[in-house]
Write a protein that binds this ligand. Structure first.
Ligand SMILES: [Zn+2]
Length: 355
């Protein structure tokens, strides 16, 4: 009975740990429709980064065929050296930014974009400092190929699944000003990230050996992407597997004897194999790699990224930061490495088992 109560409080804590930092965001998501979200983000970023932001100007694409067999032809402003142009593809916000150094104030009055507007949800031009930024909002996540020819920049967009056989998204919980659980001077966000970076080393090597494998990460530094952006990445690339790495805390936040590994899954995801099957694989492989106690699988639809995931998702609560013994282990590189190895083994096994 006591054990049951402890486990229950553990479960509650786990939910709070994941859900609490996210609640303030829920309201702002509701305000932005998917169509306008991209534009809002441009505005916000530009305001943060540049003092002289005067508002982005929306453009249109002149429909028509483009030479070079590309989807879009973007006119390069006269005087701009093509080699000075930067192209950024932000998978998280589904935004391609074409940055002209010393860009003009108004791009669309003199220049334009031609081609097919397929996949392009919005097109905006704004000044950011001295740079001019032409921002394309995409309807999904695409890989980009670019060619310069004459005074044109030619862009093509390809869905990851049309390039890669295996596509995975890995997420580390929290980040930035959202530390997750904090115990003994250690923030959960840092342990989550450390495990992700160990896993990334293994996956980088796997990608080198298998050109058909592609892994996307919601963060590889101390940033805090919105939950919507995290899940949009997994859905936008149509990931085979979506893995989120977290650590747990007791209900009171105080040190307790409660320890062990739990994996959350989606009850609502209807694909086969199921999210629950993937979660089970993660649980078994992580436990076998780090030797932790199994606290089993947990229904996770209360969690935004689980509920809204359209791909098989597993959220791994590796251990309890409120258990002294487990916290001491979680802090070590060795344990982080072993955890990463367990998750890596789970990925291999999931593909073996038909994911
Ligand atoms: Zn967490």
């Amino acid at each position: 009975m006591l054990k049951g109560v402890t486990l229950l409080t553990g479960l509650l804590t786990l939910t709070m740990c994941i859900a609490l930092p996210f609640f303030p965001r829920l309201r702002s998501w509701a305000i932005f429709s998917t169509d306008t979200a991209v534009l809002f983000e441009f505005d916000k970023e530009a305001e943060n980064n540049a003092g002289e932001f005067t508002g982005g100007v929306e453009g249109t694409i002149e429909e028509g065929t483009v030479s070079m067999d590309a989807q879009l032809e973007i006119q390069i402003p006269s005087g701009v050296d093509p080699s000075s142009i930067t192209i950024e593809n932000d998978y998280l916000t589904r935004t391609v930014s074409i940055i002209f150094p010393d860009g003009m104030t108004d791009y669309f009055s003199e220049y334009g974009v031609r081609g097919s507007s397929d996949h392009i949800a919005s097109i905006t031009y704004y000044k950011q400092g001295t740079d001019g930024v032409l921002a394309l909002g995409l309807d999904k996540v695409y890989e980009l190929s670019s060619t310069f020819e004459g005074n044109g920049l030619y862009l093509d967009f390809t869905a990851p699944k049309d390039i890669y056989d295996k596509v995975i998204v890995v997420d580390a919980g929290h980040g930035g000003r959202a530390p997750g659980a904090v115990k003994g001077g250690v923030s959960e966000k840092d342990i989550d990230l450390a495990i992700l970076l160990e896993l990334k080393e293994l996956l980088d090597e796997a990608q080198e050996n298998d050109p058909g494998l592609k892994v996307y990460y919601t963060r590889t530094d101390d940033s805090n992407p919105s939950l919507q952006n995290r899940v949009n990445l997994a859905n936008g690339v149509e990931a085979d597997l979506f893995i989120s790495i977290h650590n747990n805390a007791s209900n009171s936040g105080k040190f307790s004897s409660l320890q062990g590994t739990q994996v959350l899954y989606s009850e609502s995801y209807e694909g086969a194999p199921s999210s629950k099957e993937f979660a089970q694989i993660c649980l078994e492989e992580v436990i076998s790699s780090i030797g932790s106690r199994s606290l089993g699988l947990v229904e996770g639809d209360r969690i935004y990224i689980i509920r809204t995931s359209e791909v098989p998702v597993a959220l791994i609560e590796v251990g309890f930061m409120t258990n002294r013994e487990e916290l001491d282990k979680l802090k070590t590189e060795e344990y982080q490495e072993e955890t990463a190895q367990g998750i890596y083994n789970a990925i291999l096994r999931a593909y073996d088992e038909g994911f």
